[in-house]
Ligand binder design. Structure first.
Ligand code: ATR
Length: 275
C-alpha cells in the first residue's frame, strides 16, 4: 500500500515541503507520496477528516491553518499546546494527533548546526508573531535570558506574558533596543523584514547594531538576508532558516514513519529547490 502525507497551506505552489519530504521518502526507499494541498479555511474540516484513512501518515500544516486546525483534531501534544499551534498532524489508526515541531526544530538547528548553547546567554528576539512563539519557547527551554522586541509593542507584551512561565523573558521597548542588542550574545530575527517579498533590502536592526556572537534569521528566502550579510561582514557567526525548516520536517517524518529522517537528503533537496 502506498502511504500518503500532505501539506495543507493556502497555496499549494509555494511550499518547499514536497521536495524535502519526497526526497526523504525516496532516500529510505519508502513506498510513499507527499502532496501539497492549497485550501481555504472552510475546506479544512473535510481535508482533515480525510487524514483518518489508513493509508495516510498525516500532514504538515502551514500558514494560515496552524491554529484553525486545532479543534478538528482528537488530541494535542504538550508541544502543540505550548506553542498554541499545530504544524504536524499524525494519524495513529484513525486518531488524529496535533503536534508542533517548530520549537524543537529551531532548538536542534541552533545547537547542532550553529553549535550554540543558549544556556544563561543574553538573547534578543525580534518579532512577536506565530513563529516567534515557537522560537521564544525553544530559547527559554534552552535556558536563554530572553528579551523580546516587536514593532507593535502590545503584541510583544502579549508574547512575554504567554512565555513567562517557561523562563526568564522580558520586554524590550524601542529606546532600549540598540543597547539590548549590543549587550546580547545572540539575536534571532523572526520578523518578515528581509524576506524576498520585501522590495527594499531591509534589516530589522540599525546599521552597526549587532550582538557579540551569533545572528540567526529564520528566513531562508533569500538565503542571506541583509541582516545576515551585515552580521557576516562584521565577523559574526550566522545561520539562516534552512536548518530549522529541515529539522521541523525531520521530526514530522520520524513521527509518521518511525524511522530516522535522512537529513542530508532533506538539506540537499531544499537547496536544489531554492536555486
Ligand atoms: P510569522 O507566522 O511568520 O511569525 P506573523 O505572525 O505575521 O508571521 O508575524 C510577522 C512578524 O513580523 C511580526 O512580529 C510583525 O510585527 P508586527 O507585530 O508589528 O506586525 C513583524 N513585521 C512584519 N513586517 C514588519 C516591518 N515592516 N517592520 C517590523 N516588523 C515587521
Amino acid at each position: 500500500m502506498t502511504k500518503r502525507a500532505f501539506v495543507f497551506s493556502s497555496s499549494a505552489a509555494h511550499s518547499l515541503s514536497p521536495a524535502m519530504q519526497g526526497a526523504a521518502f525516496a532516500a529510505l526507499g519508502l513506498d510513499a507520496r507527499y502532496e501539497a494541498v492549497g485550501l481555504e479555511e472552510r475546506e479544512l474540516p473535510e481535508a482533515v477528516a480525510g487524514l483518518r484513512a489508513n493509508d495516510v501518515y498525516g500532514a504538515n500544516i502551514t500558514i494560515p491553518h496552524k491554529v484553525a486546525v486545532m479543534p478538528l483534531l482528537d488530541e494535542l501534544t504538550p508541544q502543540a499546546q505550548a506553542v498554541g499551534a499545530v504544524n504536524t498532524v499524525i494519524n495513529r489508526g484513525g486518531t488524529l494527533i496535533g503536534h508542533n515541531t517548530d520549537a524543537s526544530g529551531f532548538a536542534r538547528a541552533l545547537l547542532e548546526d550553529a553549535g550554540y548553547d543558549a544556556e544563561s546567554r543574553d538573547t534578543v528576539m525580534l518579532g512577536a508573531g506565530g513563529s516567534a512563539r515557537a522560537v521564544g519557547l525553544a530559547l527559554l527551554r534552552a535556558g536563554a535570558t530572553l528579551g523580546i522586541y516587536n514593532r507593535t509593542l502590545e503584541k510583544a507584551e502579549d508574547l512575554v506574558a504567554a512565555l513567562e512561565r517557561y523562563g526568564n523573558v522580558g520586554l524590550i521597548r524601542p529606546p532600549d533596543l540598540d543597547r539590548a542588542v549590543l549587550r546580547a550574545s545572540l539575536v534571532v530575527n523572526t520578523t518578515s523584514v528581509g524576506h524576498e517579498t520585501y522590495a527594499a533590502a531591509a534589516s530589522p536592526l540599525r546599521a552597526g547594531v549587532l550582538p557579540r556572537e551569533l545572528v540567526v534569521d529564520i528566513i531562508y528566502r533569500p538565503p542571506e538576508t541583509p541582516l545576515l550579510r551585515a552580521a557576516a561582514a562584521a565577523g559574526l557567526e550566522t545561520q539562516n532558516g534552512l536548518a530549522m525548516l529541515v529539522y521541523q520536517g525531520a521530526e514530522a517524518f520520524t513521527l509518521w514513519t518511525g524511522q530516522d529522517a535522512p537529513v542530508a537528503a532533506m538539506f540537499g533537496a531544499l537547496r536544489a529547490a531554492l536555486e
